[in-house]
Ligand binder design. Sequence first.
Ligand SMILES: Oc1ccc(-c2ccc(-c3cc(Nc4ccc(CNC5CC5)cc4)n[nH]3)cc2)c(O)c1
Length: 287
Amino acid sequence: MNKYEVLGVVGEGAYGVVLRCRNKESGEIVAIKKFKESEDDEIVRKTTLREVKILRMLQHENIVELREAFRRKGKLYLVFEYVEKNLLEILEQQPAGLPPELVRKYIYQLCRAINWCHEHNVVHRDIKPENLLINPDHSLKLCDFGFARTVTSKNRGELTDYVATRWYRAPELLLGDTAYGKAVDMWAIGCIMGELTDGQPLFPGESEIDQLYVIQKVMGPLTHEQTDMFLRNPRFLGLKFPDMSRPETLEKRYVGKLTKKALSFMKGLLSMDPYKRLNAPDALQNR
Ligand SMILES: Oc1ccc(-c2ccc(-c3cc(Nc4ccc(CNC5CC5)cc4)n[nH]3)cc2)c(O)c1
């Protein structure tokens, strides 16, 4: 860390902290993730090694670049490229949403980044506006793989830890389905496409049960399999939803704001059934 000057804190979490730093030799501004725990803790060691392995695998123009990794006094530091803004800030500056061409540009780049992750069997699991970095030329970089996991036929059904910020969390995640996969990222892309279109979060649930409610209010009822999962889940014991047979629909929600093609694309991303949800390769073809 001697060659870096700390300029400020960019983000903080259970893992540690992300700092905005200047390279004293080159003057370059970088983002440095400093892991909290020392490497002595075996679980932390395993999770940080998993994160670095994923990051080293995922070099793509729409994924923030890992410049270097080093250890100092038993702590791991990851040095990344720094991008001035994130999408949350851009949405705060444009509360009525972004022009359709910019929505298309950002969603296309996000689909390219996620397609690259999924081709490498990596599920990001926490796609949200804060994790989408935007350059002045409107190039987009996906960041923060702290929750990312590799999904393979061997570990399918073992992805138990809940992730994803609530508003962007797919129904199967909310219902506690342990066999979830890449489709959770496609759902989040659909949520972000809606938010970019009118500046409002599409499903702003205030709790996990409310999240399932606000989703169904727009998209219609859970599938039969999801209803079974809901009724079997002790977290939701004794709870039931009102009649969801007359949902708002995306058509009504975005009337006059999305072309028919864009609406069809968004509906594909927000299919309640993860097996019917648009996957990343098809999303790229359909843009
Ligand atoms: O596993 C990991 C862990 C961390 C990262 C990561 C890598 C890079 C960044 C980052 C952030 C960033 N720029 C940025 C950071 C924060 C904001 C929010 N506004 C700030 C407060 C004024 C806006 C822009 N540039 N680079 C953030 C996270 C990563 O990409 C993967």
